[in-house]
Each structure stands twice: as C-alpha cells, then as structure tokens.
Design a protein around this ligand. Structure first.
Ligand code: SGN
Ligand code: CA
Length: 545
C-alpha cells in the first residue's frame, strides 16, 4: 500500500516539468530527465505522538554488498552468521525486501531520504548527495534524538544531520583505514570492520548524551570488493570447498543483450591479483591482467599491512599462490578456482562483520539498552555469489534486487517471525519514523512498513518498483527499470538498447527464460505493463534533481 505523494507538491512539480513518463516505447525511454531547480522545500511540523514516553533508540546496521545467501537466518547460507542471526531469532526477518536501485550511493541516498534516486539526486555512484535536503537523521534530531554515523558513507558530500560522524572516504580501505571527521582526516591502525566497531562502542559507552535517545548508523565497508579478510578470520578460509551454483557457467542466452554485455563475470572480469590475491609476479605470462590498475590495487592493499600482518597473511596466501603456480588449469577449471577463492575471501570477510555485530549486540545486552533499542540489519543491496557466473550487483534479477532486512525490538516485537509482505529500502525511513511515533513527511515516497511488522495486512500490495541508471560505468550494466509482483517480473532495458524481459518466477525462479515474446503470456504481459506504468507514474512523474 503505497501512498501518492502530496497532491499540492505534485502540482507544483508538474508546472515545472512537462515531459515526464512519456515515450515508453522509444529507444531512449524514458526521456532523459532534465535537471530542474529543486522546489522550495516544504516545511513540516513533526509532532511526536508518543511524547512523554521513553523514546526507543535505533541501531541501524548496514553492511556493504551483503547477499541474503550469506546470512544463515535466511537458510542455505554459504557461511554461518550466528550473531546477525540473533537479530532474526529475537525479531522479524523480511523475506521479500528489495532495493529500488541496486548500487551503493543510490541505495544510501534512498534510505536517508525515503525518496527515489531521481528525486534525491543520486542516480549513480558518481552523483554527489545534496546534504541540504530533508533526511531521516535530521527529522530525528528535530524530535530530540542524538544522531551518529560510523563507517561507510559513500555519498561524496559531508554527512549532515549527524551530531557525531566518522566516515570512510569513498569506499574506504581494509587495513589502516582513514576516516573523515568534523575535525579532519584521521588514520587508524587495525582492520576496518574492527575499527568501525570500536568507534561505535566508544560512542555508545562514553560519548553519547545519555539523556537523549540515539539514532546510530553502524555501517560496514566489508564485504565490498576486494574482500580482504581480517587476521582473525584468515585461517578460516583455506580448506572449505563451496558448492558451485548451477548457473556458474550460464551463458545468459535465455535473457538478453544487457546480461550478455555486462562485465561482471568471475571468468573474465574478476582480477586474479586484487580479487583472488595472486601475487602479480605469479600471473601467467599470457595473462594480460586488463588490469594494471588491479595489480596496483593489490599492492595498495598489501602495503598497508604491518610486518607482522604480512607474515600472517603470507602464511595463508603463499600456499594458495604456490598451488596456483604449479597446477595447470583449463579455462573452466580456472573459473572454478577463482570461484572458490572468491567465496573463501567473501565468507571470511562476512565472518568479521558477524563477529563485530556480536560485540555491539553484547554491549546492548550488558548495558541494558537492548530492550528498548530497535536494531535493523540490512545491506545496500544484494550480491552475486557466482550465480550466472557473476559477482557484483546492479541488475534487477533476484540476487541483487533482494536485500537482507532483519529487525529486532524486544519492547514491541515479542513473537519472532518471518514476513513475506514486500518492502523496499525507500520504505525504511517511513518505517523507522512510524515505529518511533513520528509523523512521516508527505513528500517521502516510501510507506510505513511497520504495518507489516505488527500484522501482515490482507490489503498490502506486493509490488516492487526498480530503476537503475549507472551506465556507462564499471561492469557496464545497462539502464533499466521494472516491476516485480509476487509471481512475475517485467524489466525494460533502455538508453542504447530497447529490450524487455518478462519472467515467470514461479516456473523460472532463476530468471533464465525470458517469456516476453511468448503468446501464452500476452494477458500477463498486458496486466503487468499496466502495473509497471502505474508505478512509474506514481514514483517518477516529477523530477527534482
Ligand atoms: C568499485 C568496484 C566495483 C563495484 C563498485 C561500486 N571495483 O568500483 O566492482 O561495482 O566499486 O560498488 S574495485 O576494483 O574498485 O573493487 S558500490 O558498492 O560502492 O556501489
Ligand atoms: Ca554496495
């Protein structure tokens, strides 16, 4: 059940923008939005409806690129995550949470604003977030909250709306991380996931104003590429053999041009050096790592290790390098080897996130804060762990469209359960505001997903809308928008192509058989196109940025 944006606000917008949402069938569909000046920001009063009560705290945990398939609370995980699972075991697990634009900066901007990418101004990773706009932390500050963020930010401009902030510049680095702070840049010894947690715990135990409720964003860079594990987890990665997804060698032939032309295969686009930790000097002579930059990235990471860390690192990776050197491999075997290496490092990095989440949950327990603290665990999007031969994200296909979402709130959620109603990350801000009893501003486009936490309503509309813009860019995933319903998914790839894909998720959950042209789906197609255009109209009929 999504509400329409304020009619008054829309009228103003429509006077400003006339070309909107038209030309669905043209090759450059939709018409590239022309920037128009933002309207004067409407002002709102945000009355607290639960004045006088103890306001709950909010701990918002986000890990970069954390796939559902790497969280054991979701079942069939490639790695156990006992601490993250604690949130699920004592709270709710959203089994149908989706992003609106499967990429880092856009996803973060959507969560902060409760607005779609073209409205908050961050369509792709190159866009700079306009920190003068209304955001969730600002609204919370106005309602008596102290706000803080530690970890990955990745929105280019300085954080606004936070009483405390220490964020990684850009993607950040794994070892000896830098942080941007209001006082300038600081460099810390240690491993990034541990350091972010140390800062979070220092805030919780010492720095915060204990007379105020807190809204704390605790955001991990890991498990983003290039998957450098912490020393503690290095030993865990050597022997495990991971099951290959049955689509590891899928050729995309049941899909279309966009999937075929994307540059995110383990076989060709994952770098042996920076991603798989093969010493550049050990690379085969005929292997032109497209990638002089990849070799440089590898060195840039390695050089940050202390001598002692280098010894420990080499003790684990040298035998892997030796094995790589002595055993000749066919092309197929090399892909299988890279997949195993990828999964070893990725899961080791997840373990460090899980271990550190455990430290923070323990603190909440020990300090007595747990009872009235809402804990949310999510990611900025899903991730491919070898499905369709891929790593990375960006596509509207399930592994990157779906995102983990767990929520614990002992004070209010007393029956742990799983929720099947659809929610999207554009709903997170309205969900948190509603949970706290704070009015949701009219111009937020998400809906109050707390409704499905309390009890899944029969009239909830399970439709998820998507729009990805970051093209041309690394991994070369073409622009597309689409709609997912409970059973079907319709995607339109546009810009330099004009291709549609329709999937019947019941018959084809892996989305490898595009039925867009199949006559027996003509009725389904007609209906889902109507749904798509309705959603597109609802979300996109005006442009702000
Ligand atoms: C880097 C990565 C990409 C990744 C983007 C965006 N390459 O460019 O693989 O898609 O970040 O990721 S790397 O060689 O620098 O590792 S995002 O999560 O920030 O959107
Ligand atoms: Ca990400």
């Amino acid at each position: 059940m999504r509400k329409d944006v304020s009619a008054v606000f829309l009228t103003v917008q429509l006077m400003l923008v006339t070309s909107c949402g038209s030309g669905e069938d043209s090759i450059r569909d939709p018409v590239a939005p022309q920037p128009v000046p933002p309207p004067s920001t409407p002002t709102y009063d945000y009355p607290r409806v639960n004045d006088g009560e103890d306001m709950p705290n909010v701990l918002f945990i986000m890990a970069d690129d954390h796939a559902i398939s790497a969280i054991s609370a979701y079942g069939n995980s490639v790695v156990p995550t006992p601490n993250i699972d604690r949130i699920a075991a004592e709270g709710v697990t959203f089994s149908n949470a989706f992003v609106t634009n499967s990429l880092c900066s856009p996803s973060r901007a959507v969560m902060l604003t409760g607005k779609m990418s073209h409205i908050n101004g961050v369509r792709g990773n190159a866009d700079v977030f306009d920190g003068s706009q209304q955001t969730l932390p600002k609204i919370l500050q106005q309602n008596g909250y102290e706000t803080a963020i530690f970890g990955k930010w990745h929105l280019k401009s300085e954080p606004t709306g936070f009483d405390y902030w220490e964020v990684l510049p850009g993607q950040g680095r794994y070892y000896k991380p830098n942080f941007l702070t209001p006082e300038g840049r600081v460099t810390e010894d240690g491993y990034v996931t541990d350091v972010i947690t140390d800062k979070t715990l220092a805030y919780l135990s010492e720095k915060r104003d204990k007379d105020k409720p807190f809204f704390l964003m605790y955001q991990h860079k890991a498990p983003h590429r290039q998957w450098w594990p912490a020393m503690e987890e290095l030993s865990s990665l050597t022997d495990k053999v991971f099951e290959e997804p049955d689509t590891l060698f899928y050729d995309q032939s049941g899909r279309g041009t966009a999937a075929m032309s994307a540059e995110m295969t383990i076989a060709q686009h994952m770098a042996l050096s920076m991603d798989n930790k093969v010493w550049p000097r050990n690379l085969p002579a005929d292997y032109s790592e497209f990638l002089s930059y990849a070799e440089q990235e590898f060195r840039d990471n390695y050089v940050l290790l202390t001598d002692e860390q280098k010894d420990r690192w080499n003790a684990v990776y040298q035998p892997i390098n030796d094995d790589f050197m002595v055993n000749p491999r066919t092309e197929r075997e090399l892909t299988q080897w890279k997949f195993q290496r990828y999964m070893q490092d990725y899961t080791a990095v997840i373990k460090s996130v899980d271990r550190n989440v455990g430290r923070v949950l323990d603190y909440l327990d020990e300090s007595g804060l747990a009872q009235n603290t809402i804990v949310v665990y999510t990611s900025d999007q899903g991730f491919y762990l070898g499905e369709f031969g891929w790593f990375d994200k960006r596509f509207m296909y399930e592994p990157s469209f779906r995102t983990p979402l767990l929520m614990r709130w002992p004070e209010k959620i007393t029956n742990p359960h799983s929720i099947k109603s659809f929610v999207q990350n554009v709903d997170f801000a309205p969900m948190i505001l509603s949970a706290l009893g704070i009015n949701v501003p009219e111009d937020m486009q998400g809906v109050n997903a707390m409704r499905v936490v309390e009890q899944e309503p029969d009239d909830w509309v399970n439709e998820a809308y998507y729009h990805y813009y970051d093209y041309p860019a690394i991994h070369m995933v073409k622009k597309h928008y689409g709609i997912r319903t409970e059973r079907y998914k319709l995607i339109h790839f546009y810009d330099d192509i004009d291709e549609w894909e329709l999937y019947d998720l019941e018959r084809d959950p892996k989305e490898i058989n595009n039925v867009f042209e199949e006559p027996r789906y003509s009725e389904v197609l007609k209906n889902i196109k109507d749904t798509l255009y309705r959603k597109k109209e609802q979300f996109e009929k005006y442009e702000v940025y």
